[in-house]
Design a protein around this ligand. Structure first.
Ligand SMILES: C[S@@+](CC[C@H](N)C(=O)[O-])C[C@H]1O[C@@H](n2cnc3c(N)ncnc32)[C@H](O)[C@@H]1O
Length: 248
């Protein structure tokens, strides 16, 4: 799994964020080394970042992402041919932008550590309704060929539990194949039965060709059941820092 570093502008487009949305308390999970929270803070937005990696790596995560992105330059150049033309002139430009975003992240996590919390879906360290809006990019559905259906169900419900208004997830396609996550329709039906209706919306952002839709969960009517046991429904797809591994 990759730790990426998208920008505030990319988040705004991916999640169709309006000025009104940004007046609310926002959760970014998983935030990786994205600069959304850093740039949001500069605009006075009340935003908090959560990622599993913050338990092990905090201040150094930005640097690791910079090194890893550079290390994977060749692969990224190959993989991103034809991708995200509206955002990146070419793969080199993408690497430049992600490096700058990772640096902004690094400065902010050092300056405002309270805005960056270690946490793992599907169990977040927040009370119900702690946020108005939760944003989740490039984990759920993206890693749908490695993270199981139960992880998706529990992860989405957990985000709905901590967000009192809405949860937005982008994209709806599996990273490796570019195909829409297969279990999306039955999952949406199940969530609706549990009091979390949803809709799919087109957005003005595309990383993989044709992947320009987000899922919006309306969480206002959701009342999560009390937790019975910790550690439910986890699935593991650890981040690998390939630049730190011996060369094959
Ligand atoms: C591809 S990055 C996306 C980061 C950011 N949203 C972006 O678009 O730049 C995926 C992130 O998911 C995090 N992650 C993986 N499993 C997680 C889990 N169960 N709970 C929280 N974060 C997780 C990884 O550490 C990684 O930073």
């Amino acid at each position: 799994m990759l730790v990426s570093a998208r920008s505030f502008a990319e988040y705004r487009a991916m999640f169709a964020l309006t000025e009104r949305d940004l007046e609310q308390r926002v959760l970014d999970c998983p935030a990786g080394a994205a600069s959304f929270v850093a740039e949001a803070g500069q605009r006075g937005v009340d935003a908090v970042a959560v990622d599993r990696q913050y338990a092990e790596h905090r201040e150094e995560l930005g640097l690791l992402v910079e090194r890893e992105t550079e290390f994977k330059r060749e692969r990224l150049v190959k993989e991103t041919v034809g991708y995200a033309r509206a955002w990146y002139a070419d793969a080199d430009d993408m690497i430049r932008q992600w490096t700058a975003n990772a640096r902004a992240f690094r400065a902010d996590i050092a300056a405002r550590p309270e805005r960056y919390l270690a946490g793992s879906l599907p169990e977040l360290p927040f009370a119900d309704d702690s946020f108005d809006l939760a944003l989740s990019s490039h984990l759920l559905f993206s890693y749908g060929n490695r993270l199981g259906r139960e992880f998706h169900r529990a992860g989405l419900l957990e985000l709905a539990r901590v967000a009192r208004r809405e949860v937005r997830i982008f994209p709806l396609v599996v990273y490796d194949t570019g195909a829409r996550y297969e279990g999306l329709a039955p999952l949406r039906e199940e969530l609706a039965e549990l009091g979390v209706p949803s809709r799919v919306e087109r957005v003005a952002y595309e990383f993989q060709p044709g992947a320009d839709e987000m899922l919006v969960l309306s969480s206002a009517g959701y009342r999560a059941p009390a937790r019975t046991a910790p550690g439910a429904a986890g699935a593991d797809d650890p981040v690998r820092w390939r630049h730190r591994e011996p060369r094959a």
